[in-house]
Design a protein around this ligand. Structure first.
Ligand code: MN
Length: 408
């Protein structure tokens, strides 16, 4: 299976695997029907990718198979195209069975279930962790992809803000969602995840992807959206916009508290710091805000204790995550490493504190009910601190008002 061109150098020591061991690594990716087989070789692994071949004229399936036949789906890249695009040896999926038969019993398997796998080869949790951990630090090319995804996302937010009057007039949340999604499809591969557009009382609903409500003057509209680049790396950004250009005093007050938490949390992101540092800072700032608003009926200290956490009623989610190929990248490495491993230059994180006061929450003063605010930026950890990749978007309420006004 060895081939000079497809030789992959991997730092096996870092993952806890030995390069000279007998492991064969297999990754099955169900959606594409692709399987990557990696065989140990001096200094790394030899990799071969198995892919389904396109079904062209001359084969029955050309017209009989609506899922794969090119008569139905149009011309598809062949194995040689894939090989040159990926600089990897690529073989037909039909040849996979023979490769699997040759795989030793100790071979490690990760990815979606692959029905062709012999029973003796079982999924390896350790390999899943290793693959996830390999994504903790992005290389120069990956950072460029994320930068491009964020830039396209910022442009998408501009497009959305420009459509606020149309959303009020006739389009509602659907119009704003479709505006961003069209932008994402045109300038990237598409959206990285379902776009959230929550106006008025929908803003506190974390995953308001239904986006079927009206957008009315006096509302704030929470937009959580990311363009996925054509390389499939995705951004994840949120801003909460005043529909008629001006925040009400109550909206402005909540926005300022979330901004304070956001800036405090971002200040903790840097090399050597942990994800937990950022998260605790965000939670403590939010708990303090709730205390100042008279909503938190215990002390901030009690709320911050493991058995307290009363602030989580109004922030029932995390305050950030790694981004990359997955919008929640590196999610398989386990809580301990995710939270406590020192961040390294090249890590890219979304930071996203918020306050979510549901319209029917009687523990919240009436004037604050129905207000939901989230601020989310994408940060690259650098040698000396961090760079806010989404810095082209304003963070403070006054800056957002000015930005919206300029785009109308
Ligand atoms: Mn996010």
């Amino acid at each position: 299976m060895a081939s000079g061109r497809s030789h992959v150098r991997s730092n096996d020591t870092e993952f806890g695997f030995r390069a000279d061991s007998d492991f064969v690594w297999l990754t099955a990716c169900q959606s594409e029907g692709a399987v990557l087989v990696m065989t140990p070789a001096p200094g790394g692994h030899d990799a071969v990718l198995y892919l389904p071949e396109p079904v062209g004229p001359g084969q029955d399936a050309f017209y009989a198979d609506a899922l794969r036949g090119e008569l139905w789906i149009g011309p598809a890249a062949d194995l040689a195209d894939w090989s040159s695009a990926l600089d990897l040896e690529v073989r037909s999926l039909d040849a996979l069975d023979a490769a699997l038969e040759a795989a030793p019993s100790g071979a490690l398997v990760a990815g979606a279930p692959e029905p062709r796998l012999p029973r003796r080869l079982e999924a390896s949790a350790a390999l899943a962790v290793a693959l996830s951990a390999a994504k903790l630090v992005k290389d120069v090319w990956e950072i460029a992809q994320l930068r491009a995804a964020v830039d396209a996302t910022v442009a998408g937010f501009r497009a959305v803000a420009a459509e606020l009057p149309a959303a009020v007039e006739f389009g509602g949340e659907r119009w704003l969602q479709a505006t961003f999604d069209r932008h994402a499809r045109t300038f990237g591969n598409g959206v990285g995840y379902s776009t959230v557009v929550g106006s008025g009382p929908h803003a506190p609903t974390l995953h308001w992807t239904r986006c079927d409500g009206p957008v009315l003057p006096g509302h704030v509209v929470l937009v959580d959206a990311g363009v996925e680049a054509r390389s499939l790396y995705t951004a994840d950004v949120t801003r909460t916009l005043p529909v008629d250009g001006t925040f009400s005093p109550a909206q402005r007050e909540v926005h300022a508290l979330v901004e304070r938490a956001h800036r405090a949390a971002m200040s903790k992101v840097g090399p050597g710091a942990s994800f937990r540092d950022m998260r605790s800072t965000a939670y403590e700032s939010i708990a303090t805000a709730l205390h100042e608003l008279g909503i938190l009926r215990v002390s901030v200290d009690e709320a911050m204790s493991p058995t307290g956490q009363q602030h989580r009623r109004y922030l029932p989610c995390g305050t950030g995550h790694h981004i990359g190929l997955d919008v929640h990248d590196c999610a398989r490495i386990g809580d301990e490493r995710y939270l406590d491993e020192p961040l390294r230059p090249g890590s890219v994180l979304a930071v996203e504190p918020g306050l979510y006061f549901h319209a029917n929450d009687l523990t919240v003063p009436p004037e604050l009910r129905g207000i939901g605010i989230r601020i989310e930026d994408d940060l690259l950890v650098t040698e000396t601190g961090h760079e806010v990749l989404s810095a082209a978007l304003p963070i403070d309420a006054a800056g957002i008002e000015k930005w919206v006004a300029a785009l109308r």
